[in-house]
Design a protein around this ligand. Structure first.
Ligand code: ADP
Ligand code: MG
Length: 258
């Protein structure tokens, strides 16, 4: 299974929106996809239409009690897409993990035992704590949504330092799949400036596809649907389809066929 962590310690940059819509796009292309909600706020779980009653087992049980993927994953209304939901318990996990064995390798161990999914996307919380470290230790690669705003690049160096630390200590195979510019507003000159700066600084690391600011993307979660289903034709959905194709193109050769 290919595992991609979607991380940025800033909140509100588009991690969850990216996780939900890329997961949906991949499932629509025929992949067997697992989405892991690793944010105690549970936005990915809610945004995909999972109510509290459907969250009997969660990412907390997987991390803390070692419950397997098969027991924790629930199907979504999107064929080919399963989710391991998050519950509020997860907010305690950051502290509880401190005192368990192999505190950064729990997620990796659980995901390694899964044989039913081909690709796993992990929606990380807005921090660089033990939950995000578990995601980075479990992942082959990292996808970083970056909001096109003035402070976008601040914080990125801290994130990249964390990646290096993870590579040295727990996961030498962790690579950066790409940085995706989100909430791009072409009428705003500052946005353009930021996008140019990020590209000249990080070059090929930045995905060509850019996610526009699009109100349909922000409406979709309140309907419990990925934007790709809620309004397939909107500019945001189209951008996520394009990004998904680009992402597949960046996966190592032997893994593209699905
Ligand atoms: P994160 O997971 O990084 O905190 P979210 O994906 O939850 O970020 O996005 C933060 C808020 O912005 C949410 O209300 C979401 O619906 C909205 N949003 C995300 N991406 C876009 C976009 N491209 N255009 C408009 N609104 C967006
Ligand atoms: Mg989120």
């Amino acid at each position: 299974m290919i595992t991609i962590a979607i991380a940025n310690q800033k909140g509100g940059v588009g991690k969850t929106t990216t996780a939900i819509n890329i997961a949906t796009a991949l499932a629509a292309t025929g992949w067997k996809v697992l989405l892991v909600d690793l944010d105690p706020q549970g936005n990915a779980s809610t945004g995909i239409g999972l109510n509290a009653a459907d969250r009997e087992r969660s990412s907390y049980d997987m991390l803390i009690d070692g419950v397997g993927v098969a027991e924790c994953a629930v199907p979504t209304r999107i064929p080919g897409l399963d989710i391991i939901p998050a519950t509020v318990d997860l907010s305690g996990a950051e502290v509880e993990l401190v005192s368990v064995d192999d505190r950064t390798g729990r997620l990796r161990a659980a995901l390694h035992r899964d044989t039913t999914h081909e690709i796993c996307l992990i929606d990380c919380p807005p921090s660089l704590g033990l939950l995000t470290l578990n995601a980075m230790a479990a992942a082959d690669s990292l996808m970083v949504p970056l909001q096109c705003e003035f402070f976008a690049l601040e914080g990125l160096s801290q994130l990249l330092q964390t990646v290096e630390r993870v590579q040295e200590r727990f996961n030498p195979d962790l690579g950066i799949l790409g940085i995706v510019l989100t909430m791009y507003d072409r009428r705003n000159r500052l946005t353009d400036q930021v996008a140019d700066d990020v590209r000249s600084c990080l070059r090929d690391l930045v995905f060509e596809s850019v996610i526009p600011r699009n109100v349909r993307l922000s409406e979709a979660p309140s309907h419990g649907l990925p934007a790709l289903i809620y309004d397939h034709a909107c500019s945001g959905s189209q951008a996520y389809m394009k990004l998904a194709r680009e992402l597949i193109g960046r996966l190592p050769e032997r893994r593209k066929a699905a």
